[in-house]
Design a protein around this ligand. Structure first.
Ligand code: COA
Length: 426
C-alpha cells in the first residue's frame, strides 16, 4: 500500500463496513513486528474486531480510497490503523481501575507508518477519554514496542511501575495519562464575553450578542438545579425575548448528562461542539520551525485583522457586533502579511493566568507554508510576555488539520462541550 496523501488520516468510530479490515490489520501489524506468530491464540483475538466493536469502542484511522493502493471496500475509506478503548469494568479492560479508560490493541498498517497515523489515533483516544469524563487513561506496553513507547511519552504518558505485570515471563509496563486542568466555561467566557449576560435564578449565565457566534450566544449551565425543566424554560424565555435560537453549552463540566438528556427530550439538536485543548506555556516546546512571515501585533482588531478573520470564517458577519465582542476582553491581535496583504490572523485573549487562542485562520492560498504554526507560536510569545502561564483553545472535533497542528505543538485535551440548539420557531 502506498499512502499518497499528506493531509493525515481521519479518525472515527468503526462501522460495519470496515470492522473486518480493522481486525485483519491489527493481527497483521503485530505479526509483522515479530510480536506474535500467525498461529498464536492472541493473533486470533486481535483479528476478531467484531467482538471489539460490540464490547468496546473501536476507532479506525482512514484515508480516502483514492489516496492509497490497497484492497478493501470498493468505495469509501481505507483503514490504515485502529485502536480499542475499554472503560473500567468492560470485557476488554485488563488493568483499568474505576474511572479509568484503557487503551488497547493500537495498530498501524506496516505500509502506512511514519505518517502520524498512530498519533492521530492516540490523540482521538485522549479526546474521547476527556469527553467521557475519564479521570485517567491507562495502557500496557512492552519494551519491544519502541515506536509506540516514544509516542506515548510525547503525548505525556508516564510509567506507573507499581501496576506493572508479567505475561509468560515478559515484563509488561503500565503507563498512565491524566487529563490536564481545563480552564472552565467561565474563563473561556471571559475571553469571549457576550455583549449582555443574564444570570438566571438557578445561576446559569445566558449570553446574548445578537446571534454572532454560539460562544457569545449560549447559556452556561453552571449549577445543577433540582428542576432542570424550569431552568431551561427560563433560558428559552430569555432567548425568545431576544428573538434568538435557544443555545445551551453542555459537557462534563457544564450541565452533564442530566441537562443534555433534558434538552434532547425537548427537541434540541447538537449544532456544533469543540474539544478544549490546553498547554502549559513553560513546558518545553518542540522544535520550532517557523515560517518567514511578516507578523503584525496590535492591541485592537483593525480592518486588516478583521478582514483576514471574517474573510475565512463568516463573510456576512455584522462587523460592529464582531468588534464589540472582541473588544470585550483584554487581547492582542496578530496579522500575517504577505507583501502587505493580510493572509492570516489569530487572537490571544487573557483571563487569570490563561491565554485563550482563537480566530486562527490562514487564507486558502497561503496554507501549508507553516503560517498557522508561526502565528500560534508568536501569539504564545506575546502571551508569555503578558504574564500568561497556560494556553487554551477550542477546536471542532472534525477539524483534522487544526487538531494535528495543535497536537504537534503539544496541546492536550482537557474538556469537551457541545452546543445544543433549538430554533426559535421549533
Ligand atoms: C487550520 C489552518 C489554520 C492551518 O493553516 P496552515 O497555515 O495551512 O497550517 P501550517 O502550514 O502552519 O501547518 C502546520 C501543521 O498543521 C497541520 N496541518 C495544517 N493543515 C493541514 C491539513 N490540511 N491536513 C493535515 N494537517 C494539516 C500539519 O501538521 C502541519 O505541519 P506540516 O505541514 O509540517 O505537516 C487553516 O487550514 C485554516 O485557516 N483553516 C480554517 C480555519 C480553522 O480551521 N482554524 C482553526 C480553528 S481552531
Amino acid at each position: 500500500m502506498k499512502v499518497a496523501t499528506d493531509t493525515g488520516p481521519v479518525v472515527r468510530r468503526a462501522t460495519g463496513a470496515d470492522v473486518d479490515d480493522a481486525g485483519a490489520l491489527t493481527a497483521e501489524a503485530y505479526v509483522a513486528d515479530g510480536l506474535l506468530r500467525d498461529e498464536d491464540d492472541y493473533t486470533a483475538e486481535l483479528r476478531d474486531a467484531r467482538r471489539r466493536v460490540r464490547e468496546a469502542v473501536l476507532l479506525v484511522a482512514v484515508v480516502p480510497r483514492g489516496g492509497v493502493e490497497r484492497g478493501g471496500a470498493p468505495d469509501g475509506d481505507v483503514v490504515v490503523g485502529t485502536v480499542t478503548l475499554a472503560p473500567y469494568g468492560t470485557s476488554y479492560a485488563e488493568v483499568a481501575e474505576p474511572g479509568e479508560l484503557e487503551v488497547r490493541m493500537l495498530a498501524v498498517a506496516a505500509e502506512a507508518r511514519g505518517r502520524g497515523v498512530a498519533e492521530a489515533l492516540m490523540a482521538a483516544a485522549l479526546r474521547h477519554a476527556v469527553a467521557e469524563g475519564a479521570r485517567r487513561v491507562v495502557l500496557s506496553t512492552i519494551e519491544a514496542m519502541r515506536a509506540a513507547r516514544r509516542l506515548y511519552e510525547r503525548l505525556g504518558f508516564v510509567p506507573a511501575p507499581a501496576r506493572d505485570w508479567a505475561h509468560e515471563h515478559v515484563h509488561v509496563q503500565v503507563l498512565t495519562w491524566t487529563p490536564p486542568d481545563a480552564p472552565g466555561a467561565l474563563v473561556e467566557a471571559a475571553t469571549w464575553p457576550p455583549l449582555r449576560t443574564v444570570v438566571t435564578s438557578d445561576g446559569w449565565r445566558v449570553g446574548l450578542s445578537g446571534g454572532l457566534t454560539r460562544r457569545a450566544n449560549s447559556a452556561l449551565p453552571l449549577t445543577r438545579p433540582a428542576d432542570v425543566g424550569a431552568a431551561v424554560d427560563e433560558v428559552e424565555r430569555l432567548y425568545a425575548e431576544a428573538g434568538q435560537a435557544s443555545v445551551v453549552r453542555v459537557g462534563p463540566t457544564t450541565g452533564g448528562a442530566a441537562v443534555e438528556q433534558a434538552l434532547l427530550a425537548r427537541g434540541y439538536v447538537v449544532a456544533s461542539g469543540a474539544d478544549v485543548l490546553v498547554r502549559d506555556l513553560d513546558a518545553p516546546w518542540p522544535v520550532d520551525p517557523r515560517a518567514a512571515a511578516d507578523i503584525r501585533v496590535a492591541a485592537h482588531p483593525d480592518d486588516a485583522w478583521l478582514g483576514a478573520w471574517l474573510g475565512v470564517k463568516s463573510a456576512g458577519a455584522d462587523v460592529p457586533t464582531a468588534r464589540a465582542i472582541l473588544e470585550g476582553s483584554s487581547a492582542v491581535y496578530l496579522t500575517a502579511l504577505d507583501h502587505g496583504r493580510p493572509v492570516g490572523a489569530v487572537r490571544a485573549a487573557f483571563a487569570e493566568d490563561w491565554v485563550g487562542l482563537s480566530c486562527l485562520v490562514v487564507a486558502p492560498e497561503a496554507r501549508r507554508r507553516g503560517l498557522a504554526r508561526t502565528l500560534t507560536l508568536r501569539a504564545v510569545d506575546v502571551a508569555r510576555a503578558h504574564g500568561a502561564r497556560r494556553a487554551f483553545l477550542q477546536v471542532e472535533p472534525h477539524n483534522t488539520a487544526a487538531a494535528r497542528l495543535y497536537g504537534r505543538l503539544g496541546f492536550a485535551p482537557a474538556d469537551r462541550y457541545a452546543y445544543l440548539e433549538r430554533a426559535l420557531d421549533a
